[in-house]
Ligand binder design. Structure first.
Ligand SMILES: O=C(O)CCC(=O)C(=O)O
Ligand SMILES: [Fe+2]
Length: 249
């Protein structure tokens, strides 16, 4: 099974995200992208709409959209970040995330996913990791790239440890912590972003000529819904291999 190397684990630990180059083959990317095009044809955005446009598909999704997760070996690779035991659960949804140009909007700050709406029983919709599969190139900035605030996952975890996991509900869009400057995530079609659940992020401008397309999976470690309070107070409780990469030289 392919694994992240120590450098990648350390990067994930300290920055809260890592981009893995060329994990998904051009063929799998092309198949997924053609299903995205079908989706847009069948259910187009309003005429003239620019900026973010999402499709959340659940509980079932086309095979071509999950193939980039499984057939690429990515899902197995992701297990290598996760605390031993049952590993990651299968995805419950896939999000097609488009960013349609021209859209020159700079985010005012980050958000954390899953806080509104909550799950039906009132639990915040926390998860373990956000996995983004790039279907288009985002090699330059301002091409619809995701904005991230490196290291924010650690400071958010510290905030929740100090204020209790219940404080999540009053941290919309993000806990009031000191933030670093944001960074735009760059990468090519076939690259994969892995981001910690608590990493502050947001949608960035797209002044390129291309509709940016990413498939997002929000994955949970098996048992996450029972242990989410610990997970938000200790950012590596579900990522012991990541914690050890950080503490060993
Ligand atoms: O489109 C993106 O890259 C980010 C989307 C996002 O943050 C979200 O849907 O929660
Ligand atoms: Fe988000």
């Amino acid at each position: 099974m392919a694994k992240l190397n120590r450098q990648q684990l350390k990067e994930f630990a300290t920055r809260g995200y890592v981009v893995l180059p060329q994990i998904v083959s051009p063929k799998l990317v092309a198949c997924a992208h053609s299903v995205v095009a079908d989706q847009v044809r069948n259910c187009p955005p309003k005429a003239g709409h620019c900026g973010p446009h999402f499709y959340f598909l659940f509980p079932e999704f086309p095979q071509q959209l999950v193939a980039p997760l499984y057939k690429s070996g990515l899902f197995d690779m992701l297990q290598s970040l996760i605390t031993g035991g049952a590993g990651l659960s299968a995805p419950e949804h896939v999000q097609i995330s488009l960013n349609i140009p021209p859209w020159d909007h700079h985010p005012g700050g980050p958000h954390i996913d899953g806080l509104t709406p909550t799950e039906p029983d009132g639990r915040p919709g926390t998860f373990t990791m956000l996995v983004g599969i790039f279907l288009t190139d985002q090699l330059k900035e301002n091409a619809g790239n995701l904005w991230v605030w490196p290291g924010s996952h650690m400071r958010a975890g510290q905030y929740f440890a100090e204020h209790g996991s219940g404080s999540l509900a009053s941290c919309i869009p993000y806990p009031p912590i000191h933030l670093s400057d944001p960074t735009q995530v760059v990468g090519s079609a076939g690259d994969v972003l892995i981001a910690h659940y608590m990493l502050g992020h947001n949608m960035g401008p797209n002044i390129s000529d291309v509709v940016r397309a990413v498939l997002y999976f929000r994955l949970r470690r098996v048992g996450h819904r029972e242990h989410w309070r610990i997970a938000v107070q200790d950012p590596f409780s579900e990522f012991e291999p990541v914690r050890s990469a950080l503490t060993t030289s």
